[in-house]
Design a protein around this ligand. Structure first.
Ligand SMILES: *[C@@H]1O[C@H](CO)[C@@H](O)[C@H](O)[C@H]1NC(C)=O
Ligand SMILES: *[C@@H]1O[C@H](CO)[C@@H](O)[C@H](O)[C@H]1NC(C)=O
Ligand SMILES: [Ca+2]
Ligand SMILES: [Ca+2]
Ligand SMILES: [Ca+2]
Length: 150
Protein backbone atom coordinates (compact mmCIF):
# COMPACT_ATOMS: atom_id res chain seq x y z
CA UNK A 1 0.00 0.00 0.00
CA UNK A 2 2.64 2.49 1.13
CA UNK A 3 4.90 1.40 -1.75
CA UNK A 4 1.99 1.91 -4.10
CA UNK A 5 1.59 5.49 -2.95
CA UNK A 6 5.32 6.13 -3.25
CA UNK A 7 5.31 4.73 -6.78
CA UNK A 8 2.39 6.96 -7.68
CA UNK A 9 4.22 10.01 -6.40
CA UNK A 10 7.43 9.03 -8.24
CA UNK A 11 5.40 8.45 -11.38
CA UNK A 12 3.65 11.81 -11.04
CA UNK A 13 6.97 13.64 -10.66
CA UNK A 14 8.45 11.89 -13.70
CA UNK A 15 5.47 12.67 -15.91
CA UNK A 16 5.25 16.19 -14.48
CA UNK A 17 8.72 17.10 -15.78
CA UNK A 18 7.86 18.65 -19.10
CA UNK A 19 11.43 18.60 -20.43
CA UNK A 20 13.04 15.49 -21.95
CA UNK A 21 15.98 13.85 -20.17
CA UNK A 22 19.09 15.97 -20.66
CA UNK A 23 17.13 19.23 -20.94
CA UNK A 24 16.81 21.77 -18.11
CA UNK A 25 13.51 23.57 -17.53
CA UNK A 26 13.32 27.34 -17.04
CA UNK A 27 10.05 29.28 -17.32
CA UNK A 28 8.26 28.04 -20.48
CA UNK A 29 11.36 26.53 -22.11
CA UNK A 30 13.75 23.58 -21.94
CA UNK A 31 17.47 24.08 -22.55
CA UNK A 32 20.27 21.78 -23.61
CA UNK A 33 23.99 22.56 -23.58
CA UNK A 34 25.77 20.77 -26.42
CA UNK A 35 28.70 18.56 -25.44
CA UNK A 36 30.48 19.20 -28.77
CA UNK A 37 31.68 22.18 -30.81
CA UNK A 38 29.99 23.18 -34.07
CA UNK A 39 29.87 26.13 -36.44
CA UNK A 40 26.89 28.42 -35.82
CA UNK A 41 24.88 26.99 -38.76
CA UNK A 42 25.56 23.36 -37.80
CA UNK A 43 24.63 24.22 -34.23
CA UNK A 44 21.29 25.63 -35.44
CA UNK A 45 20.69 22.52 -37.60
CA UNK A 46 21.52 20.20 -34.71
CA UNK A 47 19.07 22.07 -32.45
CA UNK A 48 16.41 21.79 -35.17
CA UNK A 49 16.98 18.04 -35.53
CA UNK A 50 16.10 17.87 -31.83
CA UNK A 51 12.93 19.94 -32.17
CA UNK A 52 14.52 23.14 -30.89
CA UNK A 53 16.41 26.26 -31.97
CA UNK A 54 19.58 28.02 -30.88
CA UNK A 55 18.55 29.78 -27.66
CA UNK A 56 17.17 33.31 -27.80
CA UNK A 57 17.77 35.47 -24.73
CA UNK A 58 14.85 37.83 -24.30
CA UNK A 59 15.59 39.40 -20.90
CA UNK A 60 18.17 39.72 -18.12
CA UNK A 61 16.66 36.83 -16.12
CA UNK A 62 17.01 34.45 -19.07
CA UNK A 63 20.58 35.69 -19.56
CA UNK A 64 21.33 34.88 -15.89
CA UNK A 65 19.78 31.42 -16.21
CA UNK A 66 21.82 30.64 -19.34
CA UNK A 67 25.01 31.79 -17.65
CA UNK A 68 24.23 29.44 -14.76
CA UNK A 69 23.93 26.55 -17.26
CA UNK A 70 27.26 27.46 -18.86
CA UNK A 71 28.99 27.56 -15.49
CA UNK A 72 28.48 23.79 -15.19
CA UNK A 73 30.89 23.39 -18.13
CA UNK A 74 34.57 24.14 -18.72
CA UNK A 75 33.95 26.16 -21.89
CA UNK A 76 33.97 29.92 -22.14
CA UNK A 77 32.05 30.92 -25.26
CA UNK A 78 28.78 29.46 -26.60
CA UNK A 79 26.63 30.00 -29.67
CA UNK A 80 23.16 31.44 -29.22
CA UNK A 81 20.57 32.19 -31.89
CA UNK A 82 21.29 35.82 -32.84
CA UNK A 83 22.54 36.88 -36.26
CA UNK A 84 22.92 40.00 -38.40
CA UNK A 85 23.51 37.95 -41.56
CA UNK A 86 20.45 39.32 -43.39
CA UNK A 87 21.15 43.05 -42.89
CA UNK A 88 24.51 44.09 -41.43
CA UNK A 89 24.00 45.68 -38.02
CA UNK A 90 20.34 44.59 -37.69
CA UNK A 91 20.37 41.82 -35.09
CA UNK A 92 17.56 39.25 -35.00
CA UNK A 93 16.84 35.93 -33.31
CA UNK A 94 16.88 33.19 -35.96
CA UNK A 95 15.23 31.31 -37.51
CA UNK A 96 12.13 33.55 -37.09
CA UNK A 97 13.95 36.86 -37.57
CA UNK A 98 12.64 38.39 -34.31
CA UNK A 99 14.23 41.79 -33.66
CA UNK A 100 16.39 42.15 -30.54
CA UNK A 101 14.68 43.95 -27.69
CA UNK A 102 16.97 43.05 -24.77
CA UNK A 103 20.71 43.05 -25.57
CA UNK A 104 23.80 42.40 -23.46
CA UNK A 105 26.70 43.15 -25.81
CA UNK A 106 30.14 43.69 -24.29
CA UNK A 107 31.66 47.18 -24.57
CA UNK A 108 32.61 48.00 -28.15
CA UNK A 109 30.54 45.09 -29.51
CA UNK A 110 29.20 44.24 -31.99
CA UNK A 111 32.28 45.28 -34.03
CA UNK A 112 31.75 43.14 -37.18
CA UNK A 113 35.47 42.22 -37.09
CA UNK A 114 36.26 40.64 -40.49
CA UNK A 115 32.48 40.43 -41.09
CA UNK A 116 31.23 38.65 -37.97
CA UNK A 117 27.50 37.85 -38.16
CA UNK A 118 26.79 35.29 -35.43
CA UNK A 119 26.13 35.78 -31.74
CA UNK A 120 28.06 34.17 -28.90
CA UNK A 121 27.83 34.57 -25.13
CA UNK A 122 30.73 34.34 -22.70
CA UNK A 123 30.37 32.45 -19.44
CA UNK A 124 32.99 34.64 -17.75
CA UNK A 125 31.39 38.10 -18.09
CA UNK A 126 27.86 37.05 -19.17
CA UNK A 127 28.17 39.33 -22.20
CA UNK A 128 27.60 38.92 -25.91
CA UNK A 129 29.91 39.32 -28.90
CA UNK A 130 29.45 39.09 -32.64
CA UNK A 131 31.61 36.22 -33.73
CA UNK A 132 32.90 34.39 -36.83
CA UNK A 133 30.04 32.04 -37.84
CA UNK A 134 32.53 29.34 -38.91
CA UNK A 135 34.15 29.21 -35.48
CA UNK A 136 33.36 25.91 -33.73
CA UNK A 137 31.81 26.41 -30.34
CA UNK A 138 29.53 24.64 -27.92
CA UNK A 139 25.95 25.87 -28.15
CA UNK A 140 22.64 26.19 -26.31
CA UNK A 141 19.43 24.76 -27.72
CA UNK A 142 16.01 25.90 -26.47
CA UNK A 143 12.51 24.52 -27.01
CA UNK A 144 9.09 25.23 -25.59
CA UNK A 145 8.11 23.00 -22.68
CA UNK A 146 5.46 20.47 -23.53
CA UNK A 147 2.20 21.41 -21.79
CA UNK A 148 1.08 18.58 -19.55
CA UNK A 149 -2.38 18.30 -18.02
CA UNK A 150 -3.43 16.05 -15.16
C1 LIG B 1 35.75 22.57 -28.10
O1 LIG B 1 36.63 23.65 -28.35
C2 LIG B 1 37.38 24.07 -27.21
C3 LIG B 1 38.13 25.34 -27.56
O2 LIG B 1 38.82 25.19 -28.77
C4 LIG B 1 38.31 22.94 -26.78
O3 LIG B 1 39.04 23.31 -25.64
C5 LIG B 1 37.43 21.71 -26.45
O4 LIG B 1 38.26 20.61 -26.14
C6 LIG B 1 36.52 21.36 -27.61
N1 LIG B 1 35.58 20.32 -27.19
C7 LIG B 1 35.38 19.21 -27.89
C8 LIG B 1 34.39 18.24 -27.30
O5 LIG B 1 35.94 18.99 -28.95
C1 LIG C 1 10.94 45.36 -24.88
O1 LIG C 1 11.62 45.80 -23.70
C2 LIG C 1 10.88 46.75 -22.96
C3 LIG C 1 11.77 47.27 -21.84
O2 LIG C 1 12.44 46.23 -21.18
C4 LIG C 1 9.59 46.11 -22.45
O3 LIG C 1 8.85 47.03 -21.70
C5 LIG C 1 8.78 45.63 -23.65
O4 LIG C 1 7.64 44.92 -23.21
C6 LIG C 1 9.63 44.72 -24.53
N1 LIG C 1 8.89 44.41 -25.76
C7 LIG C 1 8.73 43.18 -26.19
C8 LIG C 1 8.03 43.01 -27.48
O5 LIG C 1 9.15 42.20 -25.59
CA1 LIG D 1 14.55 32.16 -24.89
CA1 LIG E 1 27.86 41.63 -38.69
CA1 LIG F 1 33.14 40.72 -32.50
Amino acid sequence: MRIGILLSIACFITIGTACPVGWTPYQDSCYHVSPENESWINAMKMCEVHGSYLADILDAEENRFIVSLMHHTQSNSFWIGGSDWTVEGKWVWEPLGIKFNYTNFADGRPNNYHGENCLSIRAQNHQWDDDDCDEKRRYLCEKRQAKLYF
